[in-house]
Write a protein that binds this ligand. Structure first.
Ligand code: BES
Ligand code: MN
Ligand code: ZN
Length: 495
């Protein structure tokens, strides 16, 4: 989608469609001007009750007398012309993007200043709007012979008062970077396991490095990982024909010598469960088990676009979890790179087995903090459903920063507790720890497992099992938590 920022009077816009905010009482300025222009047409129409004055409702008018625009889209704010709550703004965006997809016009001009959200800047509103448009117009049609349907709309003009134009432009740049980063993550997530295997992800990293001089890659193959003693990670790929990879994308755009932030993604390109085989129903969705890794790629793309002055390492632990004669058995004991021994009681708890060796490897970067992102536990869906990402951390300040970022980006997260009593569920009779912690608090015991390998730095873990993709009719990757992570990095700069 092409976006343009423009200043001028709403009623004078020559456009295929003009979108303005309306409320029952005290019409906003643009609506008032258009009402005058159309000799009270608008007020009359609204009085007749043709538009429900609730956020999430709108009315498309196809003919407007005496007006330079071909269509007029009335977007309801509510009863009064007061700033929207975030929840109402969400509803408004869902309705607006729906209208944009259905419209037959090639362009639309949106009077953005009058879409006010409580306690939020024009920059924030613009960013969210642009993100929502990028999200709505995403298509994954590369494997369809008909190539998908092209929408009519090609251009969105953001109409703003001259005094807000800089803010709107900044919001547009952020929205485009986050929106397209999120779509990069969605595409990687949506790709099937036979295409998107660990080597494919490694190639993706190399391609990204070509796009930006300050991004370099280090990619470890199985031999190199074996030499480093990563037997835990390698126990996951043992049953697969696909070799595992540990991918490090080093973005050095911050102060020289400043400690880097590390984002580490779980990249299980397909999770069959291994010898602890999963049931068949919906197993196809386990191609999404690399959505943590996909989100790291999405964030790296966004920070390249925004040229963020930070040192960020994007790490991806990529492997395929398959059953075979070479696969790891339940009961097998492996020695991780840290030296800790692990009894693998369930080969389906593989995410933590690849992440733990990556967490140990991360120590080499002497990181400021490490955030891992993983579709780690079905238990997280039981606890938080599909709306909220699970957050666990060994550092309160880091957890607060991430919660702040989640609030600032409408990409929800919620912190779960940790503690010795939960960690004890991982006790093993035969090794230093077991890879599962029994039926209770599965998300927390998974976090406790990871925490044992993240003692050298502030660490946080995002369990995105419920938020990374949608099932059913709208099956597909969501690109979460790219917005939250980019917000986290943006907040770090402004600190
Ligand atoms: N990738 C799954 C977690 C998952 C399951 C995410 C369903 C989204 C939907 C993970 O590797 C896994 O299988 N976890 C097991 C852990 C258990 C064996 C302790 C789970 O959640 O059942
Ligand atoms: Mn699994
Ligand atoms: Zn998994």
């Amino acid at each position: 989608m092409e976006f343009v920022v423009k200043s001028g009077a709403a009623e004078k816009q020559k456009t295929g469609c003009l979108a303005i905010a309306v409320s029952k009482k005290e019409l906003p300025a643009s609506a008032t001007a258009i009402d005058t222009l159309t000799e009270g047409y608008l007020a009359g129409l609204l009085k007749r009750g043709d538009l429900e004055f609730k956020a999430g409702h709108s009315l498309m008018l196809l003919h407007t007398h005496h007006a330079p625009f071909e269509r007029l889209l009335l977007v309801a704010l509510g009863e009064k012309n007061t700033p929207l709550s975030e929840a109402d703004f969400r509803k408004l965006l869902a309705n607006l993007t729906g209208q944009l997809k259905a419209i037959k016009s090639k362009d639309i001009t949106i009077a953005i200043d009058e879409l006010a959200v409580a306690e939020k800047s024009h920059q924030w509103v613009t960013r969210q709007l642009v993100e929502a448009v990028e999200y709505a117009f995403y298509q994954f049609s590369q494997y369809k012979n008909d190539g998908g349907k092209d929408p009519a709309l090609k251009k969105v003009v953001l109409l703003t008062d001259r005094k807000n134009a800089d803010e709107v432009k900044a919001g547009l740049a952020e929205g485009q970077a986050i929106g397209s980063g999120r779509n990069v993550a969605r595409t990687l997530g949506n790709l099937p396991g036979n295409i998107c295997h660990p080597a494919y992800l490694a190639d993706e990293a190399k391609a990204l490095a070509k796009r930006h001089a300050k991004l370099t890659t280090k990619i470890l193959n199985e031999k190199q990982m074996s030499d480093l003693g990563m037997s835990s990670l390698l126990s996951v790929s043992a049953g697969s024909e696909q070799e595992a990879r540990l991918i490090c994308m080093e973005f050095k755009n911050g102060k020289r010598g400043a400690k880097p932030l590390i984002l580490l993604g779980k990249g299980i390109t397909f999770d069959t469960g291994g010898i602890s085989l999963k049931p068949g129903a919906a197993m196809d969705e386990m191609k999404f088990d690399m959505c943590g890794a996909a989100s790291v790629f999405g964030v790296m793309n966004a920070i390249i676009d925004l040229d963020l002055p930070l040192n960020v390492i994007g790490m991806v632990a990529a492997a395929e979890n398959m059953p075979s004669g070479k696969a790891t058995r339940p009961g097998d004991i492996v020695t991780s790179m840290s030296g800790k021994t692990i009894e693998i009681l369930n080969t389906d708890a593989e995410g933590r087995l690849v992440l733990c060796d990556a967490l140990t490897y991360a120590e080499r970067y002497k990181p400021e903090a490490v955030v891992d992102i993983a579709t780690l536990t079905g238990a997280c869906i039981v606890a938080l459903g599909h709306h909220t990402t699970g957050l666990l951390s060994n550092n309160n300040a880091l957890a607060e920063e991430l919660l702040d970022a989640s609030k600032g980006s409408m990409d929800k997260a919620w912190q779960l507790p940790m503690g010795e009593e939960y960690a004890q569920q991982l006790d093993s009779n035969f090794a230093d720890l077991a890879n599962i912690g029994g039926p209770g608090a599965g998300t927390i015991t998974a976090g406790c497992f990871l925490a044992k390998f993240a003692e050298a730095y502030p660490w946080a873990h995002l369990d995105i099992a419920g938020t990374a993709w949608k099932s059913g009719k709208d099956k597909g990757a969501t690109g979460r938590p790219v917005p939250m992570l980019v917000q986290f990095l943006l907040n770090r700069i402004n600190q």
